[in-house]
Design a protein around this ligand. Structure first.
Ligand code: HEM
Length: 352
């Protein structure tokens, strides 16, 4: 065994990586717990890739076969139902963890100088994660997924000048058809994973280069936090969190497997009470609040432009809040909390 290990060591130099991990320090303080959130997202993404590949062995992205192939996965293929259920629940868990990670780095102001680009690549990762959810929602090709995608892809139309083109581009034509299904499938299984991996590489490179942030209060006081070695101490603690999350994921996936509606009919009228996935509910409710016309301008155009402005502000947050230790920093934190309360309130309202 030791000869085999030495053969690999000579070629791969793994011991240098282990030594590097042992020297790398993770700062220990009362907010260290939030540093587990990033790697938890990675675990869920890994599960998405593994279960997604298994589903793709049997899934057929065509108008005639999509719904039936998923029905077959759930009823005829060994363990198909649990693989589908884990894929669906792990997507939800991944998005929840991305939100928790975002809120934790926002409230600890970990985006402050020099971590502005870490935040910005993170914000793009959020957009990609949401787009993963949006494209995946259509793939079962049932009544609900068709209706929700029609509503969702209609929204860009409200943007002046490029809106019509964006909707057409997303749908692959004027309406949601079989072309939209194959377009969404390709985005979901090739384009988005590649974009996510690329962004992730930059995100993780920056975290490695800059090290983990200290709490703002300690930095202002010029304190030095005690550290814990990344390998094996921090990784062992992270692994304990992963195991708990995995247990939770398997439990809900077994108990609450997602259902599958009858195949979508392009000619049928939209069913009552169409709602998007939970993470789009607050946007959906915001759009409903605006009247048809505000003066000469369509209410939807104003709402979409305001939402776009909000997303841009989130992306540029480290540049807006460039002096987090000042009064301006406190106002930004209060505005962020107000936005969270708004998003939560709107989501609950849209469910009532
Ligand atoms: C697919 C999504 C994402 C993955 C896999 C990911 C992964 C990670 C990992 C592994 C870390 C280091 C450990 C930690 O702090 O948890 C980290 C740190 C960080 N992430 Fe993310 N992240 C994602 C999304 C985001 C989002 C949406 C934001 C914010 C918009 C963000 C901003 C940051 C920042 C600022 C840090 C540095 C924290 C510090 O130094 O204390 N990330 N991320």
């Amino acid at each position: 065994m030791s000869k085999i290990a030495a053969w690999f060591e000579e070629r791969l130099g793994i011991s240098a990586v282990v030594r590097f991990g042992a020297q790398k320090q993770v700062p220990l303080h009362k907010h260290t717990i939030w540093s587990y959130t990033g790697s938890a997202i990675l675990v869920f993404f890994g599960i998405q890739v593994a279960t997604g590949i298994l589903l793709a062995f049997y899934y057929r992205p065509t108008l005639e076969a999509a719904n039936a192939s998923l029905e077959r996965i759930m009823t005829e293929i060994s363990f198909g139902w649990i693989v589908r259920s884990i894929h669906s629940w792990s997507a939800t868990f991944m998005i929840i963890t991305v939100f928790v990670h975002l809120v934790s780095v926002a409230l600890t102001k970990a985006y402050r100088k020099p971590r502005e680009l870490t935040w910005m690549t993170g914000a793009l990762l959020l957009a990609v994660s949401l787009f993963f959810g949006f494209t995946g929602y259509l793939l079962p090709w049932d009544e609900l997924s068709l209706a929700a995608t029609k509503v969702g892809t209609d929204i860009p139309k409200a943007v002046p000048v490029v809106g019509e083109w964006a909707t057409k581009f997303l749908r692959g034509g004027d309406d949601v058809t079989g072309d939209t299904l194959s377009r969404f499938f390709i985005l979901h299984v090739t384009v988005l994973p590649l974009v996510l991996l690329l962004l992730l590489a930059v995100h993780v490179y920056l975290i490695q280069k800059l090290g983990m942030s200290l709490p703002l209060e300690s930095e202002i006081r010029g304190e030095k936090a005690p550290g814990m070695s990344f390998w094996p101490n921090f990784v062992a603690r992270e692994a304990a969190v992963w195991l708990v999350l995995l247990g939770l994921l398997i439990t809900v996936a077994v108990l609450f497997a997602p259902s599958l509606g009858p195949p979508a009919d392009l000619m049928a009228p939209a069913p009552e009470g169409v709602k998007p996935e939970w993470y789009f509910l607050f946007l959906f409710q915001t759009l409903k609040l605006f009247p048809a016309k505000v003066g000469f301008v369509s209410g939807e155009t104003i709402a979409v432009l305001l939402i776009g402005l909000g997303a841009l502000a989130l992306f540029l947050l480290p540049l807006i809040d460039n002096r987090p230790e000042t009064r301006k920093g406190k106002i930004v934190a209060a505005a962020f909390l107000a936005f969270l309360a708004y998003a939560l309130g709107m989501s609950v309202w849209s469910l009532l």
